[in-house]
Design a binder for this molecule. Sequence first.
Ligand SMILES: *Cc1c(COP(=O)(O)O)cnc(C)c1O
Length: 370
Amino acid sequence: MTGPKPRPEIMAIHAYVAGEGKIAGVNRVIKLSSNEGAFGPPPRAQAAYAAVAAEQHRYPDGGSSELRRAIGTRFGLDPERIVCGTGSDELIGHLCHCYGGPGTDIIMSMHGFTMYQIAGTYAGSRVLKVPERDLTVNVDALLGAVTDATTLLFLANPNNPTGTLLPQSEVERLRAGLPGHVLLVLDAAYAEYVDDPDYDAGARLVDQGENTVMLRTFSKVFGLGGMRVGWAYAPAPVVDVLNRVRGVFNVNLAAQAAALAALAEPGWIEKSRAHNTEWRGRLGAALEAAGIGVHPSHGNFFLADFDTPARAAAADAFLKSRGLIVRAVAGYGLPHCLRITIGTAEECTLVADALTTFMDQQHNVAANDA
Ligand SMILES: *Cc1c(COP(=O)(O)O)cnc(C)c1O
């Protein structure tokens, strides 16, 4: 064979497996596999998307200027220090390519978001996964992994798929313990769902130096995952770097319009957060009552622990038989768990009822075997 060959490290990448959305033979499925937000896209975003239909021949504003201004106003940030991307995934990729590369190490936590590993390996870096404590990021272990070769450290806070939150004091201790040349990327995809009053999504640390970046997304609380819009808030030199390499027209016309309108939807974040907090409590309690281990979550999803891979697989199949799709997380090294998005009240009730029935059946089987 003498065909074209990719760089060898490319073949070490396992392609990202997105949450499933279909079950063969089932018409109405309830998709709780991708943390997409409980309420669909905001009405104003839907209207704005429809309204730009006749403008599709126009290139978008390559700098996403109006969107950056609106983000800045909404979150109290300087628009000049914001870079929009085709989802935050695009920005993760650029950061890895710009600051990583052959001969460098990128550090992430053991159960951190898979995109860091994919993008870091693609860039040619070695990606180190650092052990956790109780599925929570271990700052000492992260700091212990740092060497002169380390250029980037990715931290999702809250983390996906565990839902765990690293306290603000620990995030600050991490930054303080990192050498100045290490770029700390705080991925706050689930920031809007956090209730902890001490939580800061990252802007404070970004403002304190030249080596911290915050990533945010319109894919979760704003319900625009299909539009692909994310953004970075970064020190000026990092903004300059990202603007050199990003797609010139990376955020398309409809995506910019929809995101802009989503920001203007009255009460959207407040409503979403209140719903999520309520059902995080109710669904979590229902799963625990059914005998399923749940890790305390700070996002819009639960990591449910079924003790064994076989039982997690059986629960997944049982849910599918009822049209409920959740996320298998074996690829994250958690084959005994399933990740379940907090959906509408009806969806949460359906999941809770199904898993209660499932666990009852498991106990009956166990009792009959005894
Ligand atoms: C969903 C998610 C993202 C967002 O990705 P987009 O590309 O903006 O859709 C980023 N980081 C984490 C941890 C996520 O869970």
